[in-house]
Ligand binder design. Sequence first.
Ligand SMILES: Nc1ncnc2c1ncn2[C@@H]1O[C@H](COP(=O)(O)OP(=O)(O)OP(=O)(O)O)[C@@H](O)[C@H]1O
Ligand SMILES: [Mg+2]
Length: 273
Amino acid sequence: MTRPAPLAAGISAAAAAGRRAPVLHAEALQLRFGAVAALRDVSLSVAENEIHAIIGPNGAGKSSLLNCLSGFYRPQSGRVYFDGEDITQLRPHRRAAAGLGRTFQGIQTYPSMTARENILTGFHNRMRTGVFGALVWWGRVRAEEEAFTAKAEEIIEFLELEELRHAVVGDLSYGLRKRVDLGRAMALEPRILIMDEPMAGMNPEEKGDLARFILDIRDANRIPVVLVEHDMEVVMDISDTVTVLDFGEVIAVGTPREVRENEAVIAAYLGTE
Ligand SMILES: Nc1ncnc2c1ncn2[C@@H]1O[C@H](COP(=O)(O)OP(=O)(O)OP(=O)(O)O)[C@@H](O)[C@H]1O
Ligand SMILES: [Mg+2]
């Protein structure tokens, strides 16, 4: 066993590249579902303040990777470090409480609640209990409403949702519902924000708005953002670093320009080798 300890390897690689230790670091993740290898020896380092996109064809393992980062999937081997702590064994709600905020593929808002009420549910960081637990918790929110409401109002202003704070979310457009969902994730005051295809199903104007909010959140809160995104124009516009997955493997990591010119990436997207 001459292999160095995973964290040491990650940190020394970052140090060698002249960077600080990563905020989030996954090392050699292996994840299988029966015969399917969803992740094969996948490592990922997310630096302070960066926007890090994960791209790749359908089924490449992007959501699986996010799920390993946030604890919804447990890899068969490999480790995940957050702010230098090994969080591999932590359950999702503990990771959320530690500051790992995330949004999911599709819509996760409560349609019969208002925009502000949805954002208020984000202060509940024990995601393990699901809808029922959130509703029980909701009773407590009402008791403590004033303190939370002030914070929720800050988020509402930040996301330019003032006109819609009392609108029932089920009546809003898809783009606005995703914005409310982002507000819910922000309520955690996350140390890092992880988003799975936040722009899927949005029109170009909605995508532009969300891209601006993602950049604003990074700048205002000084946190990194990890996002899975299919829209290459958006990825090229807002990302500092891009990791490309194909069939469960990392085939390239670099700046948007480096990745766009990478032969393996071009081949993966053309479906040829
Ligand atoms: N819970 C699961 N049970 C069984 N197989 C799964 C599960 N989650 C993912 N997989 C499989 O793992 C592989 C990677 O899936 P994943 O959802 O991570 O891909 P993706 O890159 O997010 O794709 P998409 O772009 O379609 O969202 C696929 O073959 C998928 O069928
Ligand atoms: Mg996915």
